[in-house]
Design a protein around this ligand. Structure first.
Ligand SMILES: NC(=O)c1ccc[n+]([C@@H]2O[C@H](COP(=O)([O-])OP(=O)(O)OC[C@H]3O[C@@H](n4cnc5c(N)ncnc54)[C@H](O)[C@@H]3O)[C@@H](O)[C@H]2O)c1
Length: 252
């Protein structure tokens, strides 16, 4: 039996998922890394070849959850945590969102999370946990976010539901809701005035979020220190969702 704890992270090739993967590796976890980007997976594996198993998979593929769990079982013989991070952004308002676009968001951001979680229930034992990467957009209304916000709100509902159903079996199911985190998902919009007004100027803290901010929260939720935290949504947004205050510099 493999002795270090094993976490599966979806979408660890870059961005938030990468930071989560590195943070867990640095804390002694072994990793099952699932992504559709080969290069990112290779560089992750190179960090700790003995402790990282990778699979080049699209999380929406019918057999992806089964293949991913089979890899965890064959390589490590166990799974202790599932981090459902893979996701897509750039939503449009509802009237500009056709069925194909709606299905794309539902498939990547929600259906795959449901299916990976269901498959993992057969492998993660008592004391294990799952963390779904939701968003502050799942908690609050924002212009033009329709399909994305719907999937992230659904993840929050799924978190609470799973916590109730599987908590009694000794599993903890939580979510993180990041605000604006500086990754490729948002990088090219940072100099758009409308985006800055909505997402940057309204953060009551003097910096953008970093992938490592989310990684630290996920590592905490997976740790013994969080052993009585179940069904929680941990917001990591510098206070963005705590206020509608707009300005800079704070009170005079
Ligand atoms: N960046 C932000 O401001 C922000 C805010 C809130 C929530 N989030 C959420 O955090 C998560 C990660 O976002 P990010 O900013 O790191 O994005 P990113 O685009 O930088 O990285 C996403 C990763 O997921 C992988 N991925 C996407 N679709 C996949 C699929 N179908 N199959 C396999 N892998 C797939 C990509 O290859 C990539 O490695 C997403 O769920 C996103 O919605 C991000």
């Amino acid at each position: 039996m493999h002795t270090s704890k094993v976490a599966m992270v979806t979408g660890p090739a870059q961005g938030i998922g990468r930071a989560i993967a590195e943070r867990l590796l640095n804390s002694g976890w072994s990793l099952v890394a699932i992504d559709r980007q080969a290069e990112g997976l290779q560089s992750l594996q190179a960090l700790a070849p003995e402790r990282v198993a990778t699979a080049l998979l699209d999380v929406t593929a019918d057999d992806a959850p089964e293949q991913a769990m089979a890899l965890a079982r064959s390589r490590f013989g166990r799974l202790d945590a599932l981090i459902n991070n893979a996701g897509i952004g750039r939503p449009k308002p509802m009237h500009l969102t056709d069925d194909a676009e709606l299905d794309r968001f539902l498939n990547v951001n929600l259906r795959s999370v449901f299916r990976f979680s269901r498959q993992a229930l057969g492998l993660i034992g008592q004391g294990g946990c799952m963390v779904h990467v939701a968003s502050t957009f799942g908690l609050m209304g924002n212009p033009g976010a329709s399909a994305y916000a719907a999937t992230k709100a659904a993840l929050i509902g799924l978190t609470r539901q799973m916590a109730v159903d599987y908590g009694p079996k000794g599993l903890r199911i939580n979510a993180v809701a990041p605000g604006l985190i500086h990754t490729e998902l948002i990088a090219d919009r940072l100099d758009q005035p409308a985006f800055r007004r909505l997402m940057v100027d309204t953060i009551p803290f003097p910096r953008l979020g970093k992938p490592s901010d989310v990684a630290a929260a996920v590592a905490f939720l997976c740790s013994e220190d969080a052993s009585f935290i179940n069904g929680h949504v941990l917001v990591i947004d510098g206070g963005w969702s705590a206020t509608n205050w707009v300005g800079s510099g704070g009170p005079a």
